[in-house]
Write a protein of this length. Structure first.
Length: 324
């Protein structure tokens, strides 16, 4: 494990990298600091750092591809993109039926330059299998929506593939790795929204006083701080559980909770910012749009909460949870 000094040095480098003006430049800067090499050996230390900083900077990269590729045992292939599930879903984005592979999912901008793609597909027996297909057999379509700056693409296609060439993989473990990364990105964005609201509260003068003196404003900021700190505690617990029987389930719990708290924080911060927070020019809007989409990637907070509830009702047992 990295010691505290090394982690701080890495965080400083990442902080500069994610503040590059374009996603392509962020990826180049991350490559220069050895992000992929660090991920291969110190995932538990570097994933929280990178994705927290990326969330706070409201920047975009293809690091999520690397996290999933590492979880699928394919990090050593740099010119490969990963097909993600549809928004709000954790289901494998591919379907393998005999020798026919059909794909319907999402991807980051890496798909545009990659020569091949990793596709996890469910076969007719429900087993998750990993296939590598040429990107020439896939059709990508840009997605606009509330956060076009995130650069997500819709991916569809079909390709002939021998089912025996598709190796079995642990898809839930890969999903959990991605969920943990997105949990930290949501947490970083939530911290940034609180910072913007606090700065506005101490500088906005009303009736000769900063609005931060008003109890209603203080309550909004305090509730947002509670959301941030409770999210941070659960994210840390999920990160600490990597390699144990808790990691898969706790990653989903953490993402569901942090996604919900990000929405709570956004509502409180919007109230503090008032009219200026509704303008497209204010930074808050970029963060708000980002958390709305991040919440949907690899399972929305609503879906993850419902799935956990159904599992609890079915088993009639609460899951073992670490002390926060």
């Amino acid at each position: 494990m990295m010691d505290a000094e090394v982690i701080e040095l890495f965080a400083s480098s990442v902080r500069r990298a994610v503040r590059q003006p374009t996603a392509a430049e962020v990826d180049l800067a991350l490559a220069d600091i050895g992000w992929r090499e660090a991920l291969a050996t110190e995932a538990a230390s570097v994933v929280p750092v990178l994705f927290s900083e990326q969330g706070e900077a409201n920047s975009t990269s293809c690091a999520l591809d690397d996290v999933l590729a590492e979880a699928l045992g394919r990090l050593g292939e740099p010119d490969v993109a990963v097909v993600l599930p549809a928004l709000g879903s954790v289901a494998a984005p591919g379907r393998l039926d005999g020798q026919e592979l059909s794909v319907s999912g999402l991807s980051t901008a890496r798909m545009l330059a990659a020569s091949s793609a990793l596709v996890v597909a469910a076969d007719t027996a429900g087993q998750a299998r990993l296939a590598i297909v040429g990107t020439g057999s896939l059709v990508t379509t840009g997605i606009g929506g509330v956060d076009p700056a995130l650069g997500l693409l819709r991916v569809d296609g079909a390709a002939p593939l021998d089912a025996e060439c598709a190796e079995p993989v642990e898809w839930p473990a890969a999903v959990a790795a991605g969920q943990l990364a997105l949990t930290y990105e949501l947490l970083g964005a939530t911290r940034a929204m609180l910072r913007l609201a606090r700065e506005h509260a101490v500088t906005r003068i009303q009736a000769g006083r900063p609005i931060s003196v008003f109890q209603a404003v203080r309550h909004r900021l305090a509730d947002t701080l509670v959301a941030v700190e409770s999210s941070a505690a659960l994210a840390a617990a999920a990160s600490d559980s990597i390699g144990t029987t808790l990691d898969t389930e706790l990653a989903g719990i953490a993402k569901g909770y942090v996604g919900r708290m990000a929405a709570v924080a956004a509502r409180h911060c919007q109230q503090v910012l008032a009219g200026i927070g509704f303008t497209a020019e204010h930074q808050f809007q970029a963060y708000y749009r980002r958390v709305l989409v991040l919440d949907q990637l690899l399972g929305s907070s609503r879906m993850l909460t419902r799935t956990l509830g159904e599992r609890l009702l079915e088993g009639r047992l609460l899951p073992d949870m670490p002390a926060l």
